[in-house]
Design a protein around this ligand. Structure first.
Ligand SMILES: NC(=O)C1=CN([C@@H]2O[C@H](COP(=O)(O)OP(=O)(O)OC[C@H]3O[C@@H](n4cnc5c(N)ncnc54)[C@H](O)[C@@H]3O)[C@@H](O)[C@H]2O)C=CC1
Ligand SMILES: CC(=O)C(=O)O
Length: 310
């Protein structure tokens, strides 16, 4: 499958690098209004390919996206230290106004994968601007937060993160909901796993993990200016699920008819992803506190979108 990546900065290039190393795509095309940057990223990543796969990596104008099965949207500004994702909205909504039409003119059949922040609202904007069905405009949503959650649970319990089955729901942002009530390690609830392994899983430990997940972006941005490896790998995972029609469960954001009483809001819940995009939503079982927090997250996203004139 041919993949387009619009926005050849840190996130776009990390996604391209992960896709090229894994050989997930036959071809990658970078597009950026900084054409020199797009060419440089493509050339640099192409030099990694002989070690790993046979992916062809190039750069070009929007017309070069013709035939792409997936186009990743990673164009726009990122957070400065201390800035929230929601504060990027006005600037990045303008970027999407400039690029979505051009992407669709060249690649009308592509599934759009949105990474630009605030990713849930940008996904809703991309859905409206493109006129595509919600199932084909997928925000990376909490795919990254879910990975962070699994990493920290695995580290604490002494088990591989791939054996941890736990999800972060709602906004990819400050109001996200760590779903402890259904978190499992292997076949056990994390509570029972911790008891069997004699590892404490106190409210204090949970609060530390919550803080580590919720504030990871702020911490990393303070240290190196931006985050890119985690989301680059997450975007590759999503492309793979689509390219190979995997029917894999991933926590991603699409416009959803109703969540906790809030209508038409883009946020993350676990969903099945395959060649047609999102195939099904899987509403998880939640405890009362998680229901309430997911409702608050949905209302925040909806109100923020409604306040934006576009
Ligand atoms: N969804 C997620 O989990 C994550 C999302 N992000 C978000 O991804 C976005 C990109 O972040 P970075 O790659 O670090 O930023 P960056 O500044 O390194 O790259 C952004 C690129 O977009 C390009 N661009 C800007 N406006 C454009 C336009 N109108 N047309 C074409 N290209 C345009 C710029 O030239 C630049 O190369 C940000 O909004 C950031 O917050 C970052 C990390 C994780
Ligand atoms: C920047 C961002 O959204 C993240 O790393 O979670």
């Amino acid at each position: 499958m041919k993949i387009g990546i619009v926005g050849a900065g840190m996130v776009g290039s990390a996604a391209g690098y992960a896709i090229a190393l894994k050989g997930t795509a036959s071809k990658i095309v970078f597009v950026d209004y900084n054409a020199g940057l797009a060419r440089a990223q493509a050339e640099d990543i192409a030099h990694a390919v002989p070690f790993a796969s046979s992916t062809v990596v190039t750069a070009g104008d929007y017309a070069e996206l013709k035939g792409a099965g997936v186009v990743i949207l990673a164009a726009g500004v990122g957070q400065k230290p201390g800035e929230s994702r929601l504060e990027l909205l006005t600037r990045n909504a303008e970027v999407f106004r400039q690029i979505i039409g051009k992407v669709l003119d060249a690649a009308p059949d592509a599934i759009l994968l949105v990474a630009t922040n605030p990713v849930d609202i940008m996904t809703q904007i991309a859905t409206r601007l493109s006129g595509l069905p919600p199932a084909r405009v997928i925000g990376s949503g909490t795919i990254l937060d879910t990975a962070r959650f699994r990493h920290l649970i695995g580290e604490h319990l002494g088990v591989a993160p791939r054996s941890v089955h736990a999800y972060v729901l709602g906004e990819h942002g400050d109001s996200e909901v760590l779903c402890w009530s259904s978190a499992r390690a292997g076949t056990l609830s994390v509570k029972d796993f911790a008891a069997q392994m004699r590892v404490p899983l106190t409210e204090g430990v949970k609060a530390r993990i919550d803080d580590g997940v919720r504030n990871a972006a702020y911490t990393i941005i303070n240290g190196k200016g931006a985050t890119w490896y985690g989301i680059g790998a997450g975007l590759e995972r999503l492309v793979r699920a689509i390219a190979r029609d995997e029917q894999t469960v991933l926590s991603v954001s699409i416009v959803t008819p109703k969540v906790e009483g809030v209508q038409d809001v883009a946020l993350s819940i676990p969903r099945i992803v395959g060649a047609q995009g999102v195939v099904s939503d899987l509403f998880p079982e939640l405890d009362d506190g998680e229901h309430e927090a997911l409702g608050a997250s949905a209302r925040l996203l909806k109100e923020t979108l409604d306040a934006l004139e576009y």
